[in-house]
Design a protein around this ligand. Structure first.
Ligand code: NAP
Ligand code: MG
Length: 481
């Protein structure tokens, strides 16, 4: 492991005006490396470089297929270097090595998909009667500022960067202070693909310093943020001051409704992935299970077995895909999750399994199932962002939906039943941007994703995401006689 990592500004690897920050390995608790820490002046240089490239037309004037090929080349670069990137991602983030590989493959998939979409962003002509010709064109906003969370640092950067570049924007990316290292390969990928200096800038900095400077910079034309609600509100406020649009993806408290005719054997797989993948640090995690009272005890037993079947150990000791889970991103995040579970128990919830920190160095937590949770408890409403699922009971369909819709969030939801009418009606009534029927996480890069309510606005993934990165221009021509 290289001991010191730099920021990437205007095509050069540079130190940070804020000095350096220590990066820790949550799988051991030990210091891993140091990273340059950007200050507001670094952010300013990066934004100016990005604006220069935008105004030059170096990206926006390209024929879209050419830009699309460059975007796709970035994805191939990540796959070619996956053996180097994955161990760095695992060591800074805590996830199993096999999960790190899945994340990098997922990141590459974004570049494949949006590279392919570049030449599909077409306008239309609007009839105005004889004597006029009118058409629309979609133009990039310009400088796209992207503030990245630590749960999927490579994949979340890929999600916004690929769509922004495909549509001809230039980018300034603020990586999370906890997990900045693996983003270096996105800068290398942009260079390898032939993007000009300044088209892609990647800086690590503190949210309160570099993040705030970036989101309030007057030359930024569009902002993408994934993270917590309070920070999302701060960013939307900064965006409003400059009158620029933003996309907010702010997590959730997403619920699966499990009816008494559901295939419970199949649902075990949804529990395994829905709440224990990435140690539950997933914005669309299945953090609530609302189960029909007839099958409650059976389901809790099955969920407990799933939780207990997982071996928790340092990510670097988990090269092979399997029933394993890694560390959480930091001891602070782990302690917060353990504290939320302890509070829930004080309020009357019962631990079916787990709930505690592991007594080994690093940020490990047991896979946890909490039952006897009621909708009024904090644990039923607040995002834990850890391997903790809360189980609640229902009697009627209406009650299940009212519990599911009972939080301020609305990112995703799920319904598990063999009854098509019941599934369809629940899907229609769920206040969530994405509903899964009989498989949590069904879908992919092709399917639009984003929140209702406090889960945010704007859509990532799918063709819908493209419209966040372009503005429509109407051109009306008065023809001579
Ligand atoms: P956060 O504070 O919202 O941070 C997310 C990103 O925003 C980081 O890059 C952060 O930088 C940056 N940031 C922080 N303050 C900023 C500001 N004033 N202006 C601009 N950028 C700023 O989230 P967190 O502290 O990492 O995690 C707290 C909770 O947020 C978690 O427990 C979880 O519930 C939720 N969360 C949700 C998601 C999701 O995918 N929806 C992802 C991450 C976290 P620094 O890293 O430098 O602070
Ligand atoms: Mg923070």
């Amino acid at each position: 492991m290289k001991s010191y990592w730099q920021n990437f500004v205007d095509g050069a690897w540079v130190d940070g005006g804020g000095g350096r920050i220590d990066v820790f390995n949550p799988g051991s608790g030990e210091k891993l490396a140091e990273h340059a820490l950007a200050d507001a002046a670094d952010v300013d240089r990066a934004v100016k470089a990005a604006q220069r490239v935008h105004f030059s037309g170096a990206l926006s004037n390209l024929r879209p297929v050419e830009r699309g090929r460059m975007v796709q080349a970035m994805g191939r670069y990540l796959l070619e270097n996956i053996d180097e990137i994955a161990p760095v991602l695992t060591q800074e983030q805590g996830k199993p090595l096999w999960e790190a590989r899945i994340e990098i493959e997922g990141a590459a998939r974004y570049f494949e998909y949006y590279g392919n979409q570049a030449e599909t962003v077409e306008g239309r002509s609007i009839p105005l009667g004889q004597g006029y010709f009118d058409f629309t064109a979609h133009e990039p906003y310009g400088v796209s500022a992207q503030i990245i969370p630590w749960n999927y640092p490579v994949e979340m950067t890929a999600r916004s960067l690929s769509a922004a570049l495909a549509t001809g924007n230039t980018c300034v990316i603020k990586t999370p202070e906890l997990t900045p290292l693996s983003n270096a390969w996105l800068a290398k990928a942009a260079q390898a693909a032939g993007f000009p200096d300044g088209a892609v800038n990647i800086l690590c900095g503190l949210g309160s310093v570099a993040g705030a400077a970036l989101s309030s910079h007057p030359m930024v034309n569009q902002i993408v943020f994934t993270g917590s609600v309070p920070t999302g509100i701060a960013i939307a406020t900064a965006a409003a001051q400059n009158v620029v649009p933003c996309i907010l993806e702010l997590g959730g408290k997403s619920a699966a409704i499990v009816h008494n005719d559901a295939d419970l054997g199949a649902f075990e797989n949804d529990v395994r992935w829905g709440i224990y993948f990435n140690a539950g640090q997933v914005c669309s995690a299945m953090s609530r299970v609302i189960v029909h009272e007839d099958i409650h005890d059976d389901l809790v037993d099955r969920m407990t077995c799933v939780a207990k079947s997982l071996t928790v150990l340092p990510g670097m000791e988990q090269p092979e895909f399997g029933a394993t889970m890694g560390a959480m991103v930091s001891q602070a995040q782990r302690d917060r999750a353990v504290g939320m579970v302890a509070d829930a128990v004080t309020q009357g919830a019962r631990l079916a399994t787990g709930g505690h920190a592991l007594n080994i160095p690093g940020a490990f937590m047991e896979p946890t199932v909490l039952c006897d949770v009621t909708p009024d408890m904090a644990i039923a409403n607040e995002e834990v962002f850890g391997p903790v699922v809360s189980v609640m009971k229902f009697q009627s369909d209406e009650q299940a939906l009212s519990i599911a819709n009972g939080t301020p969030y609305g990112l995703v939801g799920g319904v598990f039943t063999q009854d098509l009418n019941r599934a369809t009606q629940a899907a229609q009534k769920m206040r969530a941007g994405q509903v899964f029927v009989n498989e949590w996480f069904a879908g992919g890069v092709e399917t639009p994703f984003g929140g209702y309510g406090k889960s945010g606005y704007g859509r990532e993934k799918g063709r819908e995401a493209l419209w966040n990165y372009v503005q429509t221009k109407n051109i009306a021509i008065k023809l001579g006689s």
